[in-house]
Write a protein that binds this ligand. Structure first.
Ligand SMILES: Cc1cc2nc3c(=O)[nH]c(=O)nc-3n(C[C@H](O)[C@H](O)[C@H](O)COP(=O)(O)O)c2cc1C
Length: 201
């Protein structure tokens, strides 16, 4: 059996570590993430709960020189699909910079299985898979960051990533890399007490 205290430790240990810090400096080291490790993390993601066993999660991986292609594509996609009023140069540069400063980018897709299972339940299943992925990354000492932005889920953009079905979704990009600096010990702001979020009946 698995020990609850060990699981609790892993859950509390998991942290968001972005490819760059607030000053734009790299947060990940140059240490590569092996293909075997990526496959192990995604195999754990693949064990997520899934209503109707539709297993809707899909992953498109960028690494090595492909990351520069991803950065260029994100830059272009954000520019093309953002209105003049909404457009922020800093946002465009940050989006590209995540791709330029990561070891691996995992684009997160939801492949829709139209039928009995509502679409939102398939989205929820993908989120469960991402949590498996993030916890597994933490256990390997890998920093992980789930990046979301409306542009990722525009039909043309999600098709580019390989999620081309009419009701498919692109739910973000998950970045991983071995941290350059100390592992963030605890959140500065720890979660508010769960006791305030429970109603006992
Ligand atoms: C669905 C989802 C989307 C997220 N998208 C972003 C994002 O686009 N940008 C960002 O800075 N953080 C994003 N985050 C990460 C949160 O900022 C992070 O989880 C939060 O700060 C708590 O930190 P922790 O993960 O270390 O506990 C996202 C988290 C989730 C679950």
């Amino acid at each position: 059996m698995i020990n609850l205290n060990d699981v609790t430790k892993l859950i509390e240990f998991r942290r968001t570590v972005k490819p760059i810090d607030a000053a734009g400096q790299p947060n990940y080291s140059d240490k590569p993430v092996s293909r075997a490790t990526i496959e192990q993390l995604l195999n754990n993601a693949n064990w997520a709960p899934t209503h109707g066993l539709t297993e809707p999660w899909r992953f498109t991986i960028y690494q090595g020189s492909a990351l520069q292609d991803l950065a260029s594509y994100l830059r272009e996609a954000y520019t093309t699909h953002t209105s003049e009023e909404q457009f922020k140069e800093a946002k465009r540069d940050k989006m590209a910079s995540y791709a330029e400063n990561t070891q691996v980018a995992i684009v997160l897709g939801m492949e829709r299985h139209a039928g009995k299972i509502p679409a939102e339940e398939e989205v929820m299943a993908v989120a469960c898979a991402v949590q498996n992925l993030h916890l597994s990354a933490a256990a390997e000492g890998l920093g992980g960051f789930w990046s979301t932005a409306p542009v990722y889920d525009i039909p043309e953009v999600r098709s580019f990533f390989g999620f081309a079905g009419e009701e498919d979704r692109c739910l973000g990009i998950f970045y991983i890399g071995y941290p350059k600096n100390e592992w963030p010990e605890r959140k500065k702001i720890t979660p508010q007490s769960v006791l305030d979020k429970i109603t006992w009946r």
